[in-house]
Design a protein around this ligand. Structure first.
Ligand code: SAH
Length: 254
């Protein structure tokens, strides 16, 4: 019997129209989709009516399937001869554990294909009009993971500061430790930042402030996951949201 293929597919930050055409085609054709909690219901609705949708939601700890069980599920189905679409928020290879799933599949002799998606950082940059690089403000951009596990062991020195943009995934809960860590590394307390909640979705919120105010901002504004923290001069250089809205109205009027 022919072994199936595992497709590691990026679902982007939310809206179906931010999917790649390849992702949309695979979702529409799939008989089995294994997806995580960040994938928007509108995207899941693109599946065939008879497709089997398996949630291995990572969003709420209650229903989390451990990673080794996810790997085993994907490989088991492929070895049975089924193609599997493993659908992930954003890009599968940016904090998506796609690398681990691909390794497991290859070790089991299963073919893997990876379909890139728009990572939250790119979705947030576009939706807020905060450029991640800019000839006047930043020539380096780094992506880091801010979750509790191993945070204090990570070396972020030199990743943020003048001329550099730092994008922090999974950093809402650890915002106080993140601010402290960066200032201990020498980052100025008044370095501007933006917190982007639900980036590129209808309910997006953008909050701004200096680094030192990050812990308070997250608490007083009750920031919820998924959110990104973008640190650097690019977040201050952006045109005000009002100006953006006015520009859009002008375009529509034309
Ligand atoms: N593979 C994904 C990241 C998964 S890690 C990607 O490439 O985007 C999960 C983290 O991604 C969340 O904790 C949050 O920090 C970020 N994230 C995902 N979608 C987001 C969104 N729409 N808005 C803001 N942050 C998002």
């Amino acid at each position: 019997m022919k072994t199936g293929t595992i497709y590691l597919v990026g679902a982007g930050p939310g809206s179906p129209d931010l999917l790649t055409l390849r992702a949309a085609r695979l979702i529409a054709a799939a008989r089995l989709i294994v997806h995580d909690g960040l994938v928007d219901p509108e995207i899941l609705a693109m599946a065939r009516p008879d497709a089997q949708l398996v949630s291995v939601a990572k969003k709420r700890a209650r229903h989390t399937l451990p990673q080794d069980q996810i790997n085993a599920l994907l490989v088991r189905e492929a070895l049975k001869g089924h193609d599997v679409v493993r659908l992930k928020g954003g890009d599968p290879f940016v904090f998506g554990r796609g690398g681990e799933e691909a390794e497991e599949a290859r070790a089991a002799g299963v073919r893997v294909e990876v379909v890139p998606g728009i990572s939250a950082a790119n979705g947030a940059a576009a939706a807020t009009q905060i450029p991640l690089t800019h000839r006047d403000h930043a020539s380096v951009v780094s992506f880091v993971a801010g979750q509790c596990k191993g945070l204090s062991d990570q070396d972020w020195s030199g990743l943020a500061g003048k001329g550099r943009t730092l994008v922090i995934y999974m950093g809402v809960k650890t915002a106080p430790q993140i601010a402290e860590k960066l200032m201990a590394d020498g980052l100025a307390p008044d370095m501007p930042l933006a917190v982007v909640e639900n980036a590129a979705r209808a309910d997006m919120r953008v909050l701004r402030g200096p680094l030192a105010a990050l812990p308070d901002l997250v608490i007083t504004e009750k920031v919820k996951s998924p959110a990104l923290i973008i640190i650097g001069e690019v977040t201050a250089a952006v045109i005000e949201q009002g100006a953006v809205a006015a520009m859009q109205m002008e375009c529509e009027a034309k």
